[in-house]
Design a protein around this ligand. Structure first.
Ligand SMILES: *Cc1c(COP(=O)(O)O)cnc(C)c1O
Length: 413
């Protein structure tokens, strides 16, 4: 650090907020308190400006032309792939496949793995998975007779590791587990899970759609075969996500969709496919979206991850402490080291009503099943309300959230 090049500026939430134009909005006459970050994060000026700039100055299709604009667009697009590779600590950019989001990335893997799945083969998921990491495997159950096995959670919302170990056996082909729960906030020991699964001969997919936002994702340290991110929760555009795979694991997958750009040669009687990652990128890719995600990750890398983490933790702790004082509120998920996602139920009130009334006070929270219906069943709730914090939220907003909840309560008693 002597030369100062790796020193990042101290975390200044006011300065961070300045970079998000939308945070100046009023909602129902009050300042917006945006606490729906686990559903989608807002976009910094850097990303907005980059998208406009590419469209105004450097836009074209990629890979096709030999003209200047095409070359510029291709360079920016492939540079974004390299940024994602660095963000995930992948060995090479060739291990990064663009997808339209986390959901498509998981479907791509499930579809490819499916070729090798025989009736009775087992796939382990956990009770805390997002539907995106459940339904593609259910479809393999329907199509191929695969058996879904569910690793249970403990009452604090952490994974029951002993039970998980008990599920592994010679029939286990795949373990697909979330890095961080989008409801409980639980961060799973994915390196340990990977080690155990590999010892049983299974492949491992880690759903990092939340985990990559709240921890530093390091695919080499985790050791997983596949890791999935989605751009719009990482302050990037919608319509873009990425699948990381070890080269061996990517090469084990057949093409997902057929079309331009994913082939080597096409003849009337035969085709040969391109190598990963292009094998999985049929058609014109989401060019602007990929470049925008690259910009978002570059922007994010300007902060000290430990400072972001400490800030988000303080927001969570403040909100959880305030809700802890309310005997009519139940917080879902109290696992140690959990991320800044706070889901809760309110006695005598439906989550949707809670969220709608909080909106009157400018507070944006999500309500419902949060795409995790098996988890809701396990927790014995029909729905919950969720506040999820990002680096641009403030302690004042955590208080405004708790205050709005207390006011909302008056509508129900
Ligand atoms: C959001 C989310 C997904 C799905 O991502 P999309 O961007 O909707 O495709 C998958 N898993 C988790 C844990 C998520 O939070």
């Amino acid at each position: 650090m002597a030369d100062g090049t790796s020193v990042k500026p101290a975390f200044d939430v006011v300065a961070v907020r300045e970079q998000f134009p939308i945070l100046k909005r009023q909602i129902n006459g009050r300042p917006l308190v945006y606490l729906d970050n686990a559903a989608s994060a807002q976009k910094p000026r850097a990303v907005i400006d980059r998208l406009v700039s590419v469209m105004e100055n450097g836009y074209s299709n990629v890979h096709r032309g030999l003209h200047t604009l095409s070359n510029e667009a291709t360079e920016a697009f492939e540079q974004a792939r390299e940024i994602v590779a660095r963000f995930l600590n992948a060995e090479s950019a060739e291990q990064i496949v663009w997808t339209k989001g986390g959901t498509e990335a998981i479907n791509l893997v499930a579809n490819g793995i499916g070729l090798d799945i025989r009736e009775g083969d087992e796939i382990i998921v956990t009770e805390m998975e997002h539907h995106s990491n459940i339904v593609p495997w259910h479809m393999l159950r329907e199509r191929k007779g695969a058996v879904l096995r569910w690793a249970p959670i403990l009452d604090d919302g952490s994974l029951d590791m002993e039970a998980f170990k008990g599920l592994l056996n010679a029939r286990t082909k795949m373990v697909s587990v979330t890095h961080m729960s989008n409801v409980l906030g639980t961060i799973n020991p994915v390196a340990e899970i990977t080690r155990l699964a590999h010892a049983a001969g299974a492949r491992v997919l880690v759903d990092g759609c939340q985990g990559a936002v709240h921890s530093i994702p390091d695919v080499q340290a985790i050791g997983c075969d596949y890791y999935v991110i989605t751009g719009h929760k990482l302050f990037g555009p919608t319509g873009i996500g990425a699948l990381y795979g070890t080269m061996e694991a990517l090469e084990a997958l057949p093409p997902y969709q057929g079309g331009g750009e994913m082939i080597e040669t096409v003849e009337k009687e035969r085709i040969t496919y391109a190598r990963p990652p292009h094998r999985f990128e049929a058609g014109t890719p989401p060019i602007l979206e990929a470049i925008g995600l690259g910009t978002a990750l570059e922007w994010l890398s300007g902060f000290d991850p430990a400072a972001i983490h400490a800030h988000e933790q303080a927001l969570y702790d403040r909100a959880a402490q305030r809700l802890g004082e309310l005997d009519w509120v139940r917080i879902l998920g109290t696992a140690e080291g959990k991320g800044s996602v706070l889901a809760f139920t309110v006695d005598g009130a439906h989550a949707h009503d809670v969220a709608q009334i909080m909106d009157r006070y400018g507070v944006a929270v999500r309500a419902g099943l949060h795409c995790a219906e098996p988890l809701a069943k396990r927790l014995g709730v029909t729905s919950s309300t969720r506040a999820s914090f990002a680096l641009y939220n403030t302690l004042e907003e955590a208080d405004a959230f708790a205050d709005a909840l207390i006011k909302a309560r008056n509508f129900f008693v």
